[in-house]
Design a protein around this ligand. Structure first.
Ligand code: MOS
Length: 731
């Protein structure tokens, strides 16, 4: 098969769905027009742990417009079958309105359904719930941990004792919430035993199987629709309790029900990046060769589910060293269950490891980049596998040059600009390249247009656009003749839209489907006596702008339309698929970055301003450069939030989140965002997947927080081992 000319892939195109979004025609979960819809508002628990003793619904039910109040006293019992095909962590998931137990502050205890949103909101305020309250345990630093998950190679303790240089450092990272612009929202409608939901989700297939399991109905009886997602950062990777509440209410009332979480409810109605206590001990020789690292990681989870994330791999494979010991413990608390948030695990681990390396470099008087080069591994030392591609050295070289690293003074507190102390820092970042089974359907119509379908999601990275680019080139069509549709569980199944796996997984399935359709067309042409391509070798034919021709003889050919019309075919169609080669992996797959920051710190006030940032990425092939750039900017902005601002604060007296709103939970605004430059190394990863991509949505955030922390040290001489780095920490 002749390789197709590359026209769309690699071109800096704007979003194909951009116009729909800016004109308000893109419909988000709560915006779908469903006939006869009524409105639900959740009443959430005012205690952090205990039992509900009574619920007085009289005033609410007397309020005009209120149709019904549902709580554990009258809710139907739901099967809540196990669902192994889900992102549910091990444990016993929260069962809404199934008993009187309160497991965390903000847990749904009742739902008010009314003809208008206003009536439902007012009604919710009129519900009186009484409790038998117990003292909740919500402090990670005070509570008891589960048994650890361990990793070891060599003998880290012995190596630490023998090391010429030793460090013993303790880090704390704050809980972060995703805070997408679009709140979580759902509309649920039953037709007999069939359930349709319009949901904000990063995985329509996951929501489908979960609702089927909760209600004890076949997955085919559930349809999940989610064409647009207004940001998520991981918050849409599970089917949350409020989705069940909406479906349950719709069943009880036999009417479609719309439920939108308030901004406040988002803080306990969806997950969060767990906070960590993280102790790192490291030993090196005097030239900075790492001998050992010992990691002790404690992270919060809920009392009813054990959430874990990939906090361990970075410590095993980012740098070369003979001895590693890791102990990862979850600490069950009276909180709702955490979930992955952008760059999950790796972002937290990288903050610790990259801060410590900067500290070691300073201690030894070695340039931080040089220190990292000295510890660059030749292979993945956790598995013994070769890296598929690892171009971290190039990231350092390009980054140092483009950022002007040679202008950095290694001596802290040596650059000033008026009241501001100026410093530069850098960090490495790594994130796993995940690929999972996906399918896609491609259909080429007689009019020369194509329709591609995959369940998929697009929470903002530009899936519509990048998949259209892949399809257009594989079919030999122009972008405007190809339509890509996603966000419907009726479409071929795909893995979660998270973990940076969409392009590798769904994109490879789209490529396969479109390659199949193109081959069908070519086969039809070369076997058709009336085609100018009759008798030509199929492998010599390429397609450009919808016209098939012999590669070296552009004059000999015809269009898809001519071919299909003459053969009385309405369309050609194929189901494409992707799964990684079976058997054990033969390579170690990761994307990398080097991230650079320049900060100014007010010497008197401790205020940190980021002045410049640069990210250099080794992420494999870049399908859609403009959107990749946009992703990197978003990742860096998110990283600035993690570094300096974001912190979910819990009042441990009653388990209440005290800053559950966007005024008190700080995220970067335009004034916090500096000059950002991003560079993707040109290239591809031939081992990773047919498209040669390594994923980029997560890796762009990783390394940002430590680069900033290291720049703060360079500016001030103060080493802050906590996130966020607040003004008060610097005073
Ligand atoms: Mo990303 S945390 O996998 O949405």
């Amino acid at each position: 098969m002749s390789p197709q000319p590359r026209a769309a892939v690699g071109a800096p195109l704007s979003r194909v769905d951009g116009r729909l979004k800016v004109t308000g025609q893109a419909l988000y979960a709560a915006e779908h027009d469903v006939n006869g819809v009524v409105h639900a508002v959740i009443v959430d628990s005012g205690i952090g742990r205990g039992r509900i003793t009574s619920i007085d619904t009289r005033a609410a039910l007397a309020h005009p417009g209120v149709l019904r109040v549902i709580s554990h006293r009258d809710a139907p019992k739901l099967p809540y079958r196990d669902n192994s095909a889900s992102n549910n962590p091990p444990g016993r998931r929260l069962r809404v309105f199934q008993d009187d137990r309160v497991l965390f502050h903000g847990q749904p205890v009742a739902v008010v359904v009314a003809t208008t949103l206003q009536a439902a909101q007012h009604g919710a305020g009129l519900i009186e719930v009484r409790y038998d309250a117990e003292q909740p345990s919500t402090d990670l630093h005070e509570a008891e941990a589960d048994e650890p998950t361990r990793y070891a190679r060599g003998d880290a303790e012995a190596a630490l004792r023998a090391a010429a240089v030793r460090m013993d450092l303790t880090y704390r990272t704050a809980r972060n919430h995703h805070n997408p612009m679009e709140p979580h929202a759902v509309i649920a409608r039953w037709s007999g035993h069939r359930l349709t939901v319009w949901d904000k989700t990063q995985w329509v297939v996951g929501t489908q199987t979960e609702l089927a399991a909760v209600f004890g109905i076949p997955a085919q009886a559930v349809r999940v629709i989610s064409p647009f997602v207004g940001g998520a950062f991981g918050s849409g990777l599970r089917c949350w309790p409020h989705v069940v509440v909406a479906a349950l209410a719709a069943r009880v009332l036999a009417r479609p029900v719309k439920l939108v979480l308030s901004r406040r409810q988002m803080y306990f109605g969806t997950g969060f990046r767990p906070s960590y206590d993280y102790r790192l001990r490291l030993g090196s020789d005097r030239r900075g060769r790492l001998m050992a690292m010992a990691h002790e990681m404690d992270a919060e989870t809920s009392s009813y589910e054990k959430f874990t994330e990939t906090i361990m791999p970075a410590g095993q494979m980012l740098y070369s060293m003979p001895n590693v010991a890791q102990a990862y413990r979850t600490v069950p608390l009276d909180v709702n269950t955490p979930l992955w948030m952008r760059g999950p695990g790796f972002a937290t681990a990288s903050f610790v490891i990259e801060s410590a390396l900067d500290e070691l470099a300073h201690k030894l008087g070695i340039d931080p980049i040089e220190l990292r080069r000295r510890n660059e591994p030749d292979q993945d030392e956790s598995t013994g596998l070769p890296f598929s591609t690892r171009r971290l050295r190039e990231c350092y070289t390009v980054g140092a040059r483009e950022f002007g690293w040679d202008r950095r003074d290694a001596e802290p507190r040596s650059k000033r600009d008026g009241d501001w102390l100026i410093g530069m820092g850098m960090a490495a970042g790594v994130y796993e390249t995940q690929r999972n089974p996906a399918q896609a359907r491609a259909r080429l119509n007689a009019d020369g247009t194509a329709l591609i379908q995959a369940a998929a999601s697009d929470m903002g990275p530009g899936t519509y656009t990048s998949q259209t680019q892949v399809a257009a080139d594989a079919l030999g069509l122009s972008m405007r003749t190809v339509t890509f549709r996603l966000g419907d569980s009726l479409f071929p199944p795909t893995p979660p839209h998270g973990g940076s796996m969409t392009m590798a997984s769904v994109g490879s399935a789209v490529l396969d489907a479109c390659n199949q359709v193109r081959q069908q067309a070519i086969k039809l042409a070369v076997e058709d006596r009336h085609s100018p391509l009759y008798g030509a070798a199929a492998q010599d034919i390429v397609v450009r702008d919808g016209r098939m021709h012999v590669k070296d003889k552009p004059a000999r050919g015809e269009t898809y339309q001519q071919l299909l019309a003459r053969n009385n075919r309405t369309h050609l169609e194929a189901l494409g698929s992707y799964s990684r080669p079976s058997g054990p992996e033969r390579h170690s797959f990761y994307a990398y970055n080097a991230t650079f920051a320049e900060v100014a710190v007010d010497a008197a006030l401790g205020l940190v301003r980021v002045r410049r940032m640069l990210g250099v990425y080794d992420a494999g092939r870049i399908i859609s450069p403009k959107l990749a750039h946009s992703q990197a900017i978003g990742g860096i902005v998110g990283g600035i939030g993690t570094a300096l601002l974001e912190h979910t604060v819990t009042d441990h007296r009653d388990g209440r989140i005290v800053n559950a709103n966007l005024a008190d939970y700080l995220v970067p605004v335009n004034a916090d965002v500096p000059d950002i430059k991003t560079i993707y190394l040109d290239g591809e990863d031939r081992e990773a997947d047919p498209l040669g991509v390594k994923g980029l949505g997560e890796v762009v955030l990783i390394g940002v927080a430590p680069a900033i922390a290291n720049a703060v040290f360079n500016a001030t001489g103060r080493r802050i081992r906590q996130l966020p780095i607040t003004a008060e920490a610097l005073l």
